[in-house]
Design a protein around this ligand. Structure first.
Ligand code: AMP
Length: 436
């Protein structure tokens, strides 16, 4: 038997959680006026090398690269921002009269990582990007957007970890200070950190191997190396978040693993009770130079990405209430003629917005009844020879065990009336409303 590839998984029983997350993503994105954008799952490899950075872990160690039959080098997207930036430039979205351009995406990302709890080779991200404004208010908006999604999913114990990398000059000055700090201790740091020391010293702070060493805790802080303009930007973000009542804490060692960030960087963390040590559920920041790096016009931007699998672990740990799969009506049929009638009536009910199902296995009455219970049917509708003869159906309401016989022509309207009756809250019924 052919098995699924290492680090991948099938979504079967958990599909309800994914659908709940997707529903809330679409709802909350509308609240913040972000439009969905969909880009291909594979891109030219150079996009990630130039966009994400050669020495980032995801590009140097984790991409899925393959040559296609035309000799092109493709990469399965390991993250969403570089493809969105490419699409922004290629589709000239910068010329769109709507500014800033605010977009969101949802879909699979691929990284060749060592699979472990909460780490997969194919996983899903929900992300958002806003292009065209350098206003710190937009940084605050995007953080509020991420925070609101978690609230919508009833995850309330969330902290925003906030830091700033400042502008170019702040980053250069900070890198010099970091080098001075780490230089005498290089022999205590891991091999990767020794490499980072010469390539990109900021990255040392992001090291998962060395993160708990005291030398990390005493490292210089970005806030002490900001230019005046960078400090004003950061202070404004803090003021906006405070006004919006988004709880945050400043995290001096937060630098994020990707090369393109400038100014604000942030992570949203949920409690360790929900997610253990892998409790960063969303990460993001400002990236004012990436559009230009990828040959677009200079365009400031800010964005975030959520790991959907971690969101789902958090939802489960939090007992997020799912609606059980159900149908409104399930037909129990006796005989060929009854099947014909049930096919006709079920189509009418479906066109009228009722969730409807029937037997396709030629099961006996008992077997069909069991199926109706598996499907959580509210109404069981019985059709046999007598019903065909009289043009009636026998309906059993499973909510209160009432049973009645009605004309086939009245079936639809009767079910709708019952479903919209007061005190019955039908999650996905089109006919909802306090109509009686
Ligand atoms: P990043 O793009 O590395 O900033 O990651 C953003 C979010 O995606 C993280 O906070 C994780 O929740 C999630 N994530 C990253 N890598 C993986 C992975 N290999 N498997 C599952 N989720 C991941």
């Amino acid at each position: 038997m052919i098995k699924r590839m290492k680090g991948t998984y099938d979504i079967t029983d958990d599909i309800g959680y994914y659908q709940a997350v997707e529903t809330q993503i679409n709802k909350v994105s509308k609240l913040f006026a972000y439009q969905e954008i969909r880009t291909p799952h594979f891109e030219n490899r150079d996009l990630f090398h130039r966009g994400v950075g050669e020495d980032s872990d995801i590009v140097s160690k984790e991409t899925y690269d393959f040559e296609d039959r035309g000799g092109r080098i493709n990469t399965l997207r390991p993250e969403g921002t570089a493809p969105i930036v490419r699409a922004f430039i290629e589709n000239k979205l910068y010329a769109n009269p709507v500014v800033p351009q605010k977009v969101y995406y949802y879909g699979s990302m691929f990284r060749y990582e060592r699979p472990q709890k909460g780490r997969f080779r194919e996983f899903r991200q929900f992300g958002a990007e806003a292009f065209g404004s350098a206003e710190p208010a937009l940084d605050a908006e995007i953080i509020a957007y991420a925070h609101t999604l978690l609230r919508a999913l009833k995850i309330n114990d969330v902290t925003v970890h906030l830091n700033t990398l400042g502008d170019k000059k702040s980053q250069t000055d900070y890198a010099t200070a970091l080098k001075k700090h780490f230089k005498p201790h290089l022999d205590t740091l891991c091999g990767d950190c020794n490499k980072r020391f010469s390539d990109n010293p900021l990255r040392i702070l992001d090291c998962k191997v060395d993160q708990d060493k005291p030398i990390m805790q005493t490292a210089p802080k970005t806030l002490d190396y900001l230019t005046e303009a960078a400090k004003a930007h950061f202070d404004a973000v803090v003021d906006y978040l405070t006004a919006m009542k988004i709880p945050f804490e400043i995290d001096h060692n937060l630098v994020r693993g990707l090369d393109y960030y400038t100014h604000t960087v942030f992570e949203l963390k949920v409690s360790k009770e929900l997610l253990g040590n892998q409790n960063a559920i969303c990460g993001g920041g400002r990236y004012d130079n990436l559009v230009e790096t990828l040959d677009g016009p200079p365009t400031p931007a800010v964005g975030f990405a959520f790991g959907v699998e971690r969101l789902i672990v958090a939802l489960k740990a939090n007992d997020y209430p799912l609606v059980d799969p159900h149908v409104h009506a399930y037909f129990l049929i006796m005989g060929k003629q009854a099947r014909l009638k049930a096919m006709e009536l079920s189509q009418k009910l479906r066109l009228g917005g009722l969730l409807t199902d029937l037997d396709y296995m030629d099961k006996g009455m008992k077997g069909q009844f069991k199926q109706s219970a598996h499907k959580n049917a509210r109404f069981v509708i019985i059709i046999g020879d007598a019903e065909i003869e009289n043009e009636t159906v026998n309906v059993k309401d499973q909510l209160n065990n009432e049973e009645w016989t009605i004309a086939m022509d009245n079936l639809y309207i009767t079910l709708v009336e019952k479903l919209t009756a007061k005190n019955y809250d039908c999650e996905d019924c089109d006919h909802k409303g306090e109509s009686q």
